[in-house]
Design a protein around this ligand. Structure first.
Ligand code: ADP
Ligand code: ZN
Length: 610
């Protein structure tokens, strides 16, 4: 961009183009930036991948002084700072991984006005020494990242965040922005109250992630379902597989490796060093699958995660959105895949019942679970259900989820529900689904005879359905709260809500679980064509050469390849094949610094390719 042009564009847009190489702002970025530049406080609720960082990075460059970024994610600070330096932005962090001498250097840089952004965890910020330092230097703003951590209703409560309320009293002139991808009402209210942001302007972006395709399948040998999903959709792709327990994580990771995938385990039971190593490999190398408990992922900035698979149910719809939101940050097509079954429903219902939470919290947990199960069992467009949950209106089915692509059949389930419920009643409300199913199917066993259940009126009255179909019926009855689960035994019993069904006063429709795995094969394949291999051999060769060059540059600096250029930038290079520096400067993701640092090498490569 030439200097005369620069004078005519707004400063924030000029900075966006010069430092980040992006053409225009997205969503609420511009109004948020303007608000901070004018000295106001802001709360930004945006989905993962929505572009939160620019909202404070650009004001950090335009306002005098250093911007303080508060984040709980110490492990990611290095990458964040590296990425900023790649764009020619002066950033640093202070945390426990630095030596005293290194901390001192950063403090001096901050004092001397040599930094635009300084990252730290809340506990560091709240140390008296840090607060004293900050009161002596000009501050551009405070950005409180992952601000939902202040709330107990969120899923990552960090008590240190509560201390951040002091910023308003100690630095009343410094604008503050709280950012998060967690949008529920209780968390939002807590952020406002506990961070003293009553006068902040609230910016709520749409939580839609149009490039993510959602699929939920009835669980049946989850590992094999995962394998088929990976084979069909994600050969060679990076992704995350979430499991509930550590042992399951280990088992699945090992199994994937045996099947020829490159998978690494990650959970809180692993040594810190091992966890760090696995995370680094996942970030730096291509095509690695991370098998993890929810201990993994908050703030993971890897843009090319192509899928997130849940082998067990997440804790809530919020957690589900946050976890699946780690896929496709680069805006290219990505998959969210979830398997769930009767056992999951029982386990989670019991988990809530048995937890030591007080009743009001338990009620919240029950409601969260109901919403989650409702999502799994829905026959509507999944995106509509998700967005409705976040208070958004999404008028038409999305066309990019399993229920849109293969509409789910439903069937009149009143008689089946009555049989299933009577069987619960006739056997004394002391048994779980598999026993009840045996009774319905008339599968006599010694145990059944010993209880005399081979003579009850529901014995053998359910032969019109298969065991699997009955399993689905029981799953849906428990999910809909029409049957309750005993907290300890896992046995089923009737509830007040069962009665209208037994009396035939309430219609019931069941979801027919699709037989085949319904995924986005067709869609992904179609996009794959232009996202990865190019049809034209020359373009394909160029793409490979560019990837090689990126890898070489990254390795020299010991950085992940995506910090040098995103795939989207490489693709734009192949498509536009710029041959001059001016043309190169126009390409998405190439700002002034990257142009200077890598422009020559890229142009050489492109010219040779001509
Ligand atoms: P979040 O923190 O909200 O998850 P990020 O700030 O990491 O999101 O941004 C997600 C991705 O979108 C990043 O790769 C970023 O470079 C890109 N991005 C953000 N804003 C823009 C924009 N205005 N134009 C193009 N790409 C953008
Ligand atoms: Zn849909």
């Amino acid at each position: 961009m030439c200097d005369t042009e620069r004078q005519t564009v707004e400063p924030s847009l000029a900075v966006l183009r010069q430092y980040f190489g992006f053409e225009s702002f997205r969503g609420f970025q511009k109004p948020i930036i303007d608000h901070l530049l004018a000295g106001g406080d802001a709360i930004a609720l945006m989905p993962t991948g929505g572009g939160k960082s620019l909202c404070y990075q650009i004001p950090a460059l335009l306002r005098p002084g250093v911007a303080i970024v508060v984040s709980p994610l110490i492990a990611l600070m290095q990458d964040q700072v590296d990425a900023l330096w790649q764009n020619g932005i002066r950033a640093a962090y202070i945390n426990s991984t630095l030596s005293a001498a290194q901390v001192w250097t950063v403090v001096q840089q901050a004092r001397d006005g040599q930094l635009d952004l300084l990252y730290m965890a809340p506990e560091r910020l709240l140390m008296e020494g840090t607060l004293a330092l900050l009161s002596q230097i000009p501050l551009a703003l405070f950005a409180i990242d992952e601000a939902h951590c202040v709330s107990q209703w969120g899923h990552d409560f960090r008590p240190e965040y509560l201390g951040l309320s002091c910023l308003q009293e100690r630095f009343p002139q410094v604008p503050r922005i709280a950012l998060t991808a967690t949008a529920n009402g209780a968390t939002r209210a807590d952020m406002i109250k506990l961070l003293h942001l009553q006068s902040a302007k609230l910016f709520v972006a749409s939580f839609d992630r149009p490039n993510i395709h959602y699929t939920v399948v009835a669980k049946k040998e989850a590992k094999n379902q995962l394998k088929r999903f990976l084979e069909a959709e994600h050969p060679g792709d990076a992704g995350i597989v979430y499991c509930l327990s550590r042992s399951r994580v280990e088992e699945v990771a090992q199994w994937l490796n045996e099947c020829g995938w490159r998978a690494l385990p990650y959970h809180a039971g692993l040594d810190k060093g091992v966890r760090q190593r696995h995370q680094a490999i996942f970030l730096r190398e291509e095509g690695v699958i991370m098998v993890a408990t929810i201990a993994f992922g908050m703030g993971i900035d890897k843009p090319d995660v192509r899928f997130v698979a849940h082998l067990d149910l997440p804790k809530s719809l919020e957690a589900y959105c946050q976890e699946t939101g780690r896929a496709g940050r680069d805006g290219l097509p990505a998959n969210a895949f979830l398997t769930y079954g009767y056992e999951d429903v029982i386990k989670l219902r019991q988990f809530v019942a048995n937890s030591l939470m007080e009743e009001p919290l338990k009620r919240v947990a029950r409601r969260q679970l109901d919403l989650l199960l409702g999502y799994c069992e829905t026959t509507r467009c999944r995106r509509q259900v998700l967005l409705h949950h976040f208070g958004e209106v999404y008028p038409d089915p999305c066309g990019n989820c399993d229920t849109c692509l293969a509409p789910v059949a439903t069937w009149d389930g009143l008689v089946a529900a009555q049989k299933a419920m009577s069987c619960v009643y006739r056997t004394g409300q002391r048994f779980g689904a598999s026993y009840l199913i045996d009774v319905l199917l008339g599968k006599e066993s010694e145990r059944m005879v010993s209880f005399g259940h081979h003579t009850v009126s529901t014995f053998g009255i359910g032969r019109e359905l298969t065991a699997q179909q009955w399993q689905s019926v029981y799953r849906q009855l428990v999910a809909a709260d029409l049957l309750a689960v005993d907290a300890e035994q896992g046995s089923l019993r009737l509830t007040a809500r069962s009665r209208p069904v037994l009396r035939g006063e309430q219609a019931i429709r069941f979801r027919q679980d699709p037989k085949a795995l319904v995924t986005s094969v067709a869609k992904t394949r179609r996009v794959r064509k232009d996202s990865e291999p190019f049809a034209e051999p020359k373009a394909q060769r160029l793409w490979e050469l560019l990837r090689g060059l990126r890898q070489e540059i990254a390795q020299k600096q010991g950085l992940p390849a995506f910090l040098i250029f995103h795939d989207a930038t490489l693709r734009a290079l192949v498509e536009t094949r710029p041959l001059t520096e001016e043309a190169l400067a126009e390409v998405h993701g190439i700002g002034k610094r990257k142009l200077q640092a890598y422009g020559k090498q890229i142009l050489e490569l492109l010219r040779e390719g001509e």
